[in-house]
Every structure is written in structure tokens, then in C-alpha cells.
Design a protein around this ligand. Sequence first.
Ligand SMILES: Cc1cc2nc3c(=O)[nH]c(=O)nc-3n(C[C@H](O)[C@H](O)[C@H](O)COP(=O)(O)O)c2cc1C
Length: 160
Amino acid sequence: MDFTKVIETRRSIRSYQPRDIAPDVLERILKAAIAAPTGSDKQTWHLCLVKSPEVRDRLGTEGTTQHFIKDAPVIAVCVAETRYRTDAIIAIDHLVLAARNEGIGTCWVGFFDGEKVKEILGVPADQDVVMLVPMGYPADPAAFCLKEPRARLEDSCTEK
Ligand SMILES: Cc1cc2nc3c(=O)[nH]c(=O)nc-3n(C[C@H](O)[C@H](O)[C@H](O)COP(=O)(O)O)c2cc1C
């Protein structure tokens, strides 16, 4: 898909088809995340791909108030040490855009109970939960739509 179209039609998708994401599709998306730059090329983040319905249910009920995540066939949970948060965020953006390119909807979910998510997934103590990203085919394919620009170019960018 045209890169500009990918960017312009990526939307937060909060309702999913129960259909699984094919392994080759998921692999391409994950490789896009891995292709993201990290400071000193250290590859400092980790993704836990939660597919088990039981664990998704726990994440969506105990781990966050954003209950819709449990309906996604995959919940990507990104963890990293606090100092590597920026690396993790860049990788998540790659993942989100690559997913859109494959017709997979995602939503950045930043409202969660980090300690509870860590307990559910057995995340090591030195790692923070950076973001939860539910992934799945949108219930409404028309949800991938162009939105008016959020801000005027001249308000968001200046030249000196
Ligand atoms: C860092 C971050 C955290 C977010 N956390 C949540 C969240 O917890 N729950 C949710 O439904 N959406 C969340 N969103 C999605 C935003 O609400 C959404 O991106 C914004 O409203 C713009 O809509 P769009 O993504 O469809 O363009 C988050 C987005 C970002 C970038």
C-alpha cells in the first residue's frame, strides 16, 4: 500500500473480527517493529504476543479499564527498561503502521495497571510495561479512513 495512504488511514481500531492473524502476516508486522532504530542499535525492547484467550481475558479485565483489548486475537505487550522507553515507542509505531499496511487494526493502549500486567505475564522486575497494542482485523473495514488533519501545519511546525 502507498506509504502516505498507510499513514493517513491508520486509525485506532477498538472492535475486531474473531479471525486469527495469519502467521506470515504477523511475522511481517513484527519484522517491521524489529527494523525500527534503537539507541546504539541495542534492540532494547521486548514484545510479548498474547494469544491465549484466558490471558487476553485477564489482561482486558484485571490489567486495564480498556476492556475491548481482550477481543483482539493478539495483544502485543511491549516491555523495556525505563531508560529504553523511546526505543520501544518507535518500534510500536513501526508495528502499528505495518499492521495497517496488512489490513490489521491496532490501538495504542496506554491506560493500564503496569504492576498487574507484569504479574499476569511474569514480566521481570527490571522491565516496565510500555504499551498494550491489541491487533486484529477491524469489525468494520471502513474504520480505516482518512481523518481531517488534526492540526494546521503552521501551528505544529515553525521555521527559524
Ligand atoms: C500514547 C497513546 C496512548 C493511548 N492510549 C489509549 C487508551 O488507553 N485507550 C484507547 O482507547 N485509546 C488510546 N489511544 C488512542 C488515541 O485515543 C487515538 O490515537 C487518538 O484519539 C486519535 O485517533 P486515531 O488513532 O484513530 O487517529 C492512545 C494513543 C496514544 C498515542
